[in-house]
Design a protein around this ligand. Structure first.
Ligand code: SF4
Length: 242
């Protein structure tokens, strides 16, 4: 069981605007860090939560968590208070910042999103803010890989758009050599407006939303097998091939 911690919270704020985002169309699209939720408030809410029941604490929430300028402080506080494993989910757009790479060493696990292997597909799926490129993210992620002391995962969302880039994906994965690769396809619907419930576990969707096109089980298994053959990495899939 994972306890989600949201250091953004005020609305949806991200440096991407992914076509499949469970938050819907991102309301504030930026790539500059600032404090959205004071660390004291995060810690106060943590104390009032059922954190003892969690196996892991996952920092993600209403957008890109590394945009929170107090992320390092929050990670230190979460660890000191709970002693639980801490995971950060990121789109990697700020990994070029040395201070962020250092802060993330307070997390036991970091999972970086990688949904495209070419700049064109990257712009189509992730719709980044101006100035953010796939090449920039991969270069920064490589630097992070060299200094990071924890467990590095790569999360990939397969849709009809990036299905045919598997060899190029394999080349990028071979550059990064993560500890694990996770293959996904959109299982959550795309909300028509931002509603706070989209951050939940989606047990029943009672807000306006439309389903997204997924890859089939057979396609997912073919991608998994090909990536494994081309990289030799530990690959797990939302469908699984075993
Ligand atoms: S990076 Fe995550 S939060 Fe940001 S738009 Fe994409 S899916 Fe949504």
């Amino acid at each position: 069981m994972s306890l989600g911690v949201d250091p953004i919270c005020v609305s949806s704020i991200c440096s991407f605007n992914c076509t499949y985002c469970q938050l819907g169309f991102i309301q504030v699209r930026v790539n500059e860090r600032q404090v959205f939720v004071p660390t004291e408030k995060v810690m106060r809410d943590l104390c009032e939560s059922r954190w003892r029941e969690a196996d892991i604490i996952t920092v993600s929430g209403s957008g890109e968590p590394t945009l929170a300028a107090n992320l390092g402080e929050i990670l230190v506080g979460l660890k000191a208070h709970t002693g639980k494993p801490i995971l950060v989910l990121t789109n990697g757009t700020l990994l070029h910042l040395p201070e962020l790479r250092e802060e993330l060493n307070h997390a036991d696990k970091v999972f970086i999103k990688l949904d495209a292997a070419t700049e064109e597909t990257f712009r189509r799926i992730n719709r980044p803010v101006a100035g953010v490129t796939l090449d920039g993210i991969i270069s920064a992620a490589s630097l992070f890989r060299q200094s990071y002391r924890g467990f590095l995962g790569i999360q990939m969302m397969f849709t009809r758009v990036n299905l045919h880039e598997v060899p190029q994906f394999a080349a990028l994965l071979n550059r990064l050599r993560p500890d694990e690769v996770q293959l996904n396809t959109p299982t959550r619907p795309y909300p028509e407006t931002w509603v706070v419930q989209t951050r939940g576990s989606h047990d029943g969707v009672d807000y306006p939303a439309r389903p997204l096109k997924r890859v089939s089980r057979e396609e997912a298994q073919a991608i998994e097998s090909e990536l494994r053959a081309l990289t030799g990495l530990n690959i797990i899939s939302v469908y699984g091939d075993k």
